[in-house]
Design a protein around this ligand. Structure first.
Ligand code: SDX
Length: 437
């Protein structure tokens, strides 16, 4: 009977060990028994960027990258996007089950109670330049909320965690909208608790002098679907940041600010903004082949393409393309979609992309919809951060409640100087620091 184990022989010592395999993985700590002598630290794994390292056990999101499958708590993303609302899915991601009607009603009421910001929070935003990037404003203001709710540092208290989770889910759209209004020099619009989560966000963004904002229901639903698609994605870069910072028992506001910072990078959530810049540079379909040649020459990446896990079409990109049609019926077709569709067609027939299994990811089409809805490209990653806050918080809470987890502190392979003594100043030569230092 085949055993779930690998048999390893350390050729340096001829020591042979059987390492158990559990859930398709071996424990890195089991390798430490391979030593060359009593003073040897033991064998480590070396895995830059964690290409092949599971950092945790999680029951929240399942991705099959080869098959292009994404499920939250076992439910296919396609069904959740079609049949649920964002706050319904937020409840599922956080609590593990879809809410019944009374539970959803209470959940919506609780989140709605926390949409307001302390007036002092608005003063944080006033300190930013008019042209400050909204992601910088968002991350800073979320971090500043740590000072407004000092009790949030008691992260091991489930009641304290539950309240901060509701506060963050409720307040992210408000902060996001305020960053947008600040950039335009417009007055802030207070939340309207009669409106749905997405419609209220639109209200705080776009209400002018009318007595009550009327959100277009098609656009509100499209935004809700986009929020569902962006809610969680297992151990992505920003979730890893949330877990790592949270593992020191930092409060959830500072941990979420760190996750926002990670998301802002152009290789991660910042890609949706970069896609629109890329489509502007391409300008027209006839210029696509020349652009692709430059990508293949390694001059730059095709933004919105490729993924560490998906080696097939990102299922979220497919749903976003479908949602775009309903938005364009209201807003008019965004001409950039034609360039994006042609770019996808050409790329998916090109050996360079086919060989590397590079497909459109969630960021390839999302910006085109956002722009059609009236958002500036600088806001796109903020629109990613709002729903991803739910995933970050669910992963953060799962980490805190996981008995196997402790403060994240990776090891290293030291490549620096051996021990050496300080030389008196008068005896030192001019230091030859490498250009890349
Ligand atoms: C998100 O992790 C998540 O789940 C993230 C996310 C989420 O929901 O949280 O899904 C959201 O971040 C989506 C990704 C958004 N980023 C982009 O669209 C930026 C463009 N994409 C790439 O930078 C890249 O594809 C990554 C960062 C997404 C993934 O990079 P990997 O897994 O480290 O892959 P790699 O860089 O090692 O690439 C493997 C090969 C390389 O070529 P070779 O060295 O083998 O010749 O593929 C090439 C890369 O040069 N390649 C690309 C490319 N992506 C990879 N070439 C051109 N264009 C690209 N977009």
């Amino acid at each position: 009977m085949a055993k779930d184990a690998v048999s390893l022989v350390d050729q340096r010592t001829q020591a042979a060990r059987e390492i158990p395999i559990q859930d398709g993985a071996i424990r890195a700590m089991d390798l430490r028994q391979f030593k060359t002598g009593p003073d040897d630290f033991g064998l480590m794994t070396y895995d830059p960027a964690f290409m092949n390292t599971a950092s945790c056990r999680s029951a929240i999101t399942f991705i099959d990258g080869d098959k292009g499958i994404l499920r939250y708590r076992g439910y296919p993303i396609e069904q959740l996007a079609e049949k649920c609302t964002f706050l319904e899915v937020a409840y599922l991601i956080l609590f593990g089950e879809l809410p019944a009607a009374p539970q959803l009603k209470d959940w919506i009421a609780e989140i709605t109670l926390h949409t307001m910001l302390h007036e002092t929070t608005k003063k944080f935003l006033e300190g930013f330049r008019y042209d400050a990037h909204p992601m910088g404003m968002l991350a800073s203001t979320v971090a500043a909320l740590s000072t407004v709710y000092p009790e949030s540092r008691h992260v091991l208290d489930p009641t304290v965690r539950a309240l901060q989770i509701k506060r963050l889910i409720g307040k992210m759209p408000t902060i996001a909208a305020y960053t947008y209004r600040h950039s335009l020099g417009y007055p802030y619009v207070y939340p309207d608790n009669d409106l749905s989560y997405a419609a209220n966000f639109m209200n705080m963004l776009w209400k002018m002098m009318e007595p009550k904002y009327q959100a277009n229901p098609t656009l509100a639903r499209a935004l809700d679907i986009l929020f569902i698609l962006h809610a969680d994605h297992e151990q992505n870069c920003s979730t890893n940041a949330m877990r790592a910072v949270g593992s020191s028992q930092a409060d959830p506001f500072l941990s979420t600010a760190a996750a926002c910072a990670a998301l802002s990078g152009p290789l991660h959530g910042g890609a949706n903004e970069e896609v629109l810049k890329m489509l502007d540079v391409i300008g027209s379909k006839d210029r696509i082949p020349a652009y692709i040649d430059k990508v293949k020459a390694g001059e730059f990446k095709l933004m919105g393409f490729g993924h560490r896990v998906y080696k097939n079409y990102d299922p979220r990109a497919r749903i976003i393309k479908w949602a775009a049609d309903s938005v364009f019926e209201i807003t008019g077709r965004n001409a950039k979609l034609d360039i994006a569709l042609e770019l996808e067609r050409i790329a998916l027939e090109d050996e360079y992309f086919v060989k590397r299994k590079l497909y459109p990811n969630v960021d390839f089409y999302s910006g085109i919809i956002y722009q059609a809805m009236g958002f500036k490209p600088e806001m796109f990653t903020v629109l990613f951060a709002i729903p991803r806050t739910v995933g970050w918080l669910a992963q953060w809470q799962e980490m805190l409640c996981d008995g196997e987890q402790k403060i994240a502190r990776p090891r290293q392979i030291y490549t620096g100087e051996a021990a050496r003594d300080v030389v008196p100043m008068e005896q030192r030569g001019v230091a030859t620091t490498p250009a890349t230092a």
